[in-house]
Design a protein around this ligand. Structure first.
Ligand code: DGJ
Length: 729
């Protein structure tokens, strides 16, 4: 039993393998948070704060106990307008205009299995993998009922959280904020790790101390965004990769999000995370419910690497529903950087022939194959073939590619429309625009109102026909601008605040229907690179294009940041041409391959422009990729350096779960004259086992490699790289 209720002390205790989470019902009916941290037995109610703190009010029934205030108590899910001035987790507004909620206990239930959410992605559990605790709280004045849901994956060290709000009153109730979780930490010297960025430079790690006051990470772009990934970590000031306490909060959501962290007057910290509340509202008729997105919570007292590995495993095994999640993926050649919009069938067939000749598995036809699409000004929405480029349609091309022995994949951007398209001319009202003003344009395209059922049904019909009529084995689902002018033509004025979330629900509905109807098609997410790289998307698709930046050296930092939350098996990474199209930098082919191999591997260049020597090198890379594939996809990931501050090298490593093999990857980012030796200590090996290094057949003990380390041969030239493969003997 991972969830226990002690009726005497009114205490809920959740145990995972290495963590404990505890709550207690106060005599007032408020649900107090007691503890989340390293696994421990016993009751933590001695941590309850009892001190008169001036200007912190007391609940009415405790008005003479001035030391008891909601403003200083650790709470499980904070209300609003009830004397707790810290971050609110929920803000309901009644028809009479009552704002806020004072949430008190109603009932609880402990049941086997995992809860499900309506219309939202969520983790799943097999057999007895998870147990669920549901605690219902209510606010009498507003009729707001809040069901707090916790599914506990004891062996996996993950607690999933979600919130279901019901209008138990007699009139309409408007929700202006509903967080997925609130987490109070009574003490500690925490630092925030968050992953900011921009197009072509996603998920850059920043580690900052918490200030007294509020720090916020979020997106109002209608997408999880290049700028602020929803995943955040709080870790102890002295936490490292290998030691120290850290908490991960991973929203399973792809739209507007906000994680707020407040350190209060008493030095306690509160984290509130969920849908961004700006512009959000949701109206519930009596009896209706609203599900807030899930968040995945994990705690490690063994540092950041352990926390990352927990998320990697969980995403692969318990979040992603695709049959490809734990399966080998085809190595692909993508047409984008090879020819952009400039191709015809003959050009694609020559790419396919070259790809086959190199040993690649699949040709992916990127943007430009449909409608009147010769540049990025027109055609989006018209998901029928561009006959000017591909005479005779898609089917003959797919057949010829298949006849060469290659799979065929294709690019789509279903949520978008160009003004210059048949779809927009037929349905201008399907786009998100505000009546009376010109819409903000992004890449000259508009966003379809995915909150409309007719739009989603239309897209499902068109895209399922595309998949049915053509032997397409892979879809790259792109999304190249954020939302603006979020105004839906089908929602009444008082419900316009629902449009952005309804958009995400509609997008999930389409993704769910297509991935369910076509389980054998491999879907890859994309949003102008990695602008929608989040756990919500990863519930449906096993891989996401990590960034439009394919420069191997810049990718080191992008993939490093991404690795804190997301597994290598989810990171789309390709070898592209040199000099690189985004930075103009020249890097060796081997370096580009070593970096791309730590993701879902492919090429994005024109092989006809390669020398015979380079083609042979690619054949060798493909052989290595196939050999290391299972290790990289399913292995434990170790960050050995931070590629941004390590003066000279980026290094990272994969170790098989049974410790039978390991792959060490090194890239020299700052070559030096007369260099000092490159020395690295490996991690995660079996100290008592012997490992043989593939390249020179030398045998080392696991302990020697981890404690003594290994010295690499000097690497010379521009950005050289090495891959060292060890296996147990
Ligand atoms: C953005 C993607 O990230 C690129 O890989 C490419 O597919 C373009 N869109 C096509 O428009």
């Amino acid at each position: 039993m991972s969830i226990l209720f002690d009726d005497n002390r009114k205490t809920y205790t959740i145990h995972t393998r290495s963590s404990t989470y505890q709550m207690q019902l106060a005599p007032t009916g408020h649900l107090l948070h007691l503890y989340y941290g390293r696994r421990a037995e016993g009751c933590f109610d001695y941590l309850i704060r009892s001190r008169d703190c001036g200007f912190s009010p007391n609940p009415y029934e405790l008005r003479y106990q001035r030391e008891w205030s909601l403003d200083t108590q650790m709470q499980e899910y904070s209300g609003a307008q009830n004397g707790d001035y810290r971050l609110s987790a929920i803000l309901p507004v009644t028809a009479e205009g009552i704002h806020g909620a004072d949430l008190r206990y109603v009932r609880h239930e402990i049941r086997p299995g995992k809860y499900a959410l309506r219309g939202l992605p969520a983790a799943f559990a097999r057999d007895s993998e998870a147990e669920t605790l549901s605690i219902t709280l209510a606010d009498a004045a507003s009729g707001t009922e809040v069901e707090l849901l916790y599914s506990v994956y004891e062996a996996l060290d993950v607690i999933t959280r979600a919130v279901r709000v019901t209008n138990a009153g007699k009139a309409a109730l408007r929700l202006e904020k509903v967080a997925s979780l609130c987490l109070d930490l009574p003490f500690g010297d925490w630092e925030l790790l968050h992953f900011h960025g921009r197009h072509c430079m996603e998920r850059q790690l920043e580690r900052v101390p918490l200030m007294t006051g509020i720090q916020t990470v979020g997106s109002k772009r209608g997408m999880s965004s290049h700028q602020h990934n929803p995943f955040t970590i709080l870790c102890a000031h002295d936490a490292t990769e290998d030691a120290g306490e850290c908490y991960g909060v991973m929203p399973v959501y792809s739209g507007n999000h906000k994680t707020e962290i407040e350190t209060d007057q008493m030095g306690a910290t509160r984290v509130v995370s969920g849908i961004h509340d700006e512009g959000f509202s949701w109206t519930l008729a009596p009896g209706e419910t609203f599900d807030a997105p899930e968040a995945l919570l994990s705690f490690s007292h063994e540092g950041l690497t352990k926390l990352s590995q927990t998320y990697h495993r969980f995403i692969r095994d318990n979040l992603c529903r695709s049959k490809f999640s734990n399966a080998p993926r085809p190595v692909l050649l993508n047409s984008w950087e090879a020819c952009y919009f400039d191709f015809d069938a003959e050009k694609l067939l020559s790419l396919a022939r070259e790809a086959k000749n190199l040993g690649v598995d699949m040709l992916v036809l990127d943007d430009g194959w449909f409608g009147k699409r010769d540049d990025d000004l027109s055609g989006l929405g018209d998901w029928y073939v561009n006959e000017n480029k591909l005479h005779g349609g898609l089917a003959p091309l797919v057949k010829q590619v298949n006849d060469l022995g290659l799979k065929f994949g294709i690019w789509i951007e279903p949520e978008m429309v160009n003004e210059d398209s048949e779809l927009y001319r037929a349905h201008p009202d399907w786009a998100l625009t505000v009546p009376g003003r010109g819409p903000a344009m992004g890449r000259d395209q508009l966003v379809l109102d995915m909150g409309r059922k007719d739009v989603v049904d239309y897209l499902y019909a068109v895209l399922s026909a595309l998949l049915r009529d053509n032997h397409i084995e892979y879809i790259k689902w792109d999304f190249n601008r954020g939302l603006a002018d979020v105004y839906s033509r089908v929602l009444p004025p008082e419900r316009q605040g629902e449009a952005a979330h309804r958009y995400v629900l509609g997008m999930y509905d389409l993704l769910d229907r297509l991935t369910t109807a076509f389980p054998d098609v491999l879907f890859e997410g994309c949003a102008g690179g990695g602008g929608r790289f989040d756990a919500g998307m990863l519930a449906y698709v096993p891989q996401i294009w990590c960034s439009d930046n394919t420069d191997a050296i810049e990718r080191l930092a992008i993939q490093y940041g991404t690795s804190f939350g997301y597994p290598a098996s989810s990171m789309g990474a390709h070898v592209s041409a040199s000099p690189n199209h985004q930075t103009g930098r020249s890097t060796p082919l081997e370096t580009r391959a070593v970096v791309a191999m730590s993701g879902t591997f492919g090429y994005e260049l024109d092989p006809a422009l390669l020398s015979a020597e380079e083609k042979n090198a690619i054949r060798d890379q493909l052989a290595r990729q196939r050999k290391y594939d299972a290790l990289i996809r399913g292995g434990d990931y170790y960050r050995l350096t931070d590629p941004r501050d390590a003066k000279r090298i980026a290094a990272w490593q994969f170790v098989a779960p049974d410790k039978s093999e390991a792959l060490l990857n090194v890239v020299v980012t700052h070559p030096e004259a007369n260099p000092r030796p490159l020395h690295l200590r490996l991690k995660g090996l079996d100290p008592d086992a012997s490992y043989q290094l593939d390249s020179d057949a030398r045998v080392y003990s696991g302990a020697a490699l981890m404690y003594g380390g290994c010295t690499l041969d000097a690497l010379f030239g521009d950005y050289p790289a090495a891959q060292l493969y060890f296996h147990k003997v």
